[in-house]
Every structure is written in C-alpha cells, then in structure tokens.
Design a protein around this ligand. Sequence first.
Ligand code: ZN
Length: 374
Amino acid sequence: MQGHLRRLRKGADDWLTRTPEYPDRGSQWWHWYTCKACGARLTTKSPTEHVCPDCGAVYTGWPYDDVVLDRQHGALAGAIRDLGLMYVLTDDTAYAGKAREILLAMRSGTSTTRCMTSTASPNKGGGHVGPQSLDESTWLIPVAQGFDCILDTLSPEDVQTISEKLLLPAAQLIHDHQWGIHNICCWHDSAYGLVGLALEHEGLTYDAINGPKGFRAQVEQGVTDDGFWYESAWGYHFYTMSALQPLAVAARNVGIDLYTDRYKGMYDAPLAFMAPGGELPAFNDSGTANPLGQGSMYEIAYARWATRGTCCRSCRAGGRASRRCYTGRKPGTDSHFGNGFRNGVSPRFPLGVGALPRRRGMWCCAVGRQATGG
Ligand SMILES: [Zn+2]
C-alpha cells in the first residue's frame, strides 16, 4: 500500500507544476485505431501521425487524431481524482487548488454537442468528452470523486460553475440514456449517481440507486442466482463489478447500504468457479480469465463482508499488482492473505453451468443457457 501511496503522491506532485492542456473537442472510438490494410493496432507517433507497426502505413486526421484525445481527457479526470485524494490524505491545499483549477477549466457537453460513435453527428447515446455515454461515464466517475474530495475548499460560486458547466450536463446526458439492464448502464448509474451524491441532487441520486435501471434493479435483475452476471462472460462480469463498485462505496458513505447478498454473489461466483490455478473457463465471447488479477476489487469485498471465502486467495495471488489500487485494505484489520482458502468441491451452478470438479484440477463445464454479450 505504501508503494501505491508513493505513486499517488508523485503523480499528484507532477500535476502541481504542470500546465494542463485541454482538448478543444471530444475523443473518438478506440476501435477505429487500426490499420485499414492489415488490421494492426496503430501506434501514436505524434498527435497527427498514427503509424501501423506492421506495414508502415501512416494515418492522420479524423478519426485518428480524435481517438488519441481520449488520453488527455482521461489524464485530466485522473488528475482531479488523484489531487483530491492527496488533499484528503495530507490537508495540503495546494492539491485542492490544482484540482479546482482543472475543474473550473473543463467543460462538458449539452444535448446539442453530443457526438455519435462512428460519425460524430449528434445522436442520443453519444458523449461530449467521449464518443459514447459509456466513455462519458468512465471519465465522469473520477471527476466526481475528485470534486467531492475538495468540496470543502470550494466557494459557492466555484461549486455553481463546476456544477452547471461540467458535472450536471454530463450527468444528465448519461442519465437520459439509461436504456436497460446491462454493464454499460451500471457505469451510467455510478457516473450520474456520484454526481447526484456529491451535489446532493435528489433526483439523480434516487434514479441511480432506485430507478428502473438503477443499481438495485441492475443487481436484482442482472445477477443470476449463481452470482454470475447475466451477460455470461467473465469479461463482462468483472467489467460490471468495476462499474457498480464506485456507487456502492459512495452510497455506503452516506448511509445507503447496497451490499446485498445478491451483490455479494458477484464476488463469490468467480472464486467458486476457479480451477486450482485460478483459471476460469471461457464462456461466450470471453476467453479464459483469472480472478486472481482482480485483487483490487476484492479489497472492498473483504472490507464489507470480511470472510475468507469472499476474497483471500484472489488478493494474495494478485500480489503486488493487486495493491496498486485506491481501495486498500481496511486499516487495522488482519491480513486477509492467510491460508484459510480451500478449493471447494464441485459446486453446482444450476442457472449458468454444470459442476466444476476443481479438486482434481479439471473442469467439466456444460453451458446450460446462452445469454447475450456486448
Ligand atoms: Zn498496416
């Protein structure tokens, strides 16, 4: 954990002396960043030169120049969060001041400035900072977290400006595109829900948690009795866990408990499915996976539920990589890297797959039903 704090401090300190660059437009879709001739992933030579490492083709202009803006938008959002965290940890107002500077300089979109994924024409579902409401959400979450960290340093005028020109337009854009029970909509919930909580905006907060596509509905309808996210692929399972976590943490901090048994099932399921080496079987459009690399998410699980069965092996085997996260071990608790984890015996998952005889290091998985991906 000390190592992560050192990295956090260094990153925040670097921002204190840096003059931020603010892109004048939103970013484009990373899926476009491939060579038309051979399909290889492009590399960025400069903001306007994008090179194929295989055939040497060079691309410039839209959408390539816009794709790489995602790095700048993401860096600014991350800076706000990291500076905010360092202010909370140190009470050094220099960190809060820099976060304030960036928050006041950034702008978000309105309904007239949305751009669509592939054509940049205005369309519902697009974003302003990113090409889709999904990108807008993953950008907005650290922005809202950092804003909340420095809120006590801001004047009422600052709060009004940041709310009206940045947070609320983005939150409303995302809120208006809540279209279903889906991993993307879980990101939506956390994004506009965090803004709602930070600004004490009752409507946004209520919808993000209790709305028809809010957190509770996502968990109740999207998590199967096996604990497996219904999209039936580990990639989406872990992606949805990442999406739900920010709102669960923030809501708990204001007295709203979202840590239900069904939500806990999302954490339990991968551990129950694991082979002795940690590998998970490939379902649908995910390859094999390994929950041992998801240790950062299990830090929170252990803090909330505090049972060895929910966590230990994942965090332990994640090793140092698992501690490079913002969700460190609950202060004062014993190490949860103990030896209490045992491989289970052939659990059955009646809704998702068949028996998994892990004790012998083998799987016998029979997909019992097909669900959607994407
Ligand atoms: Zn190429």
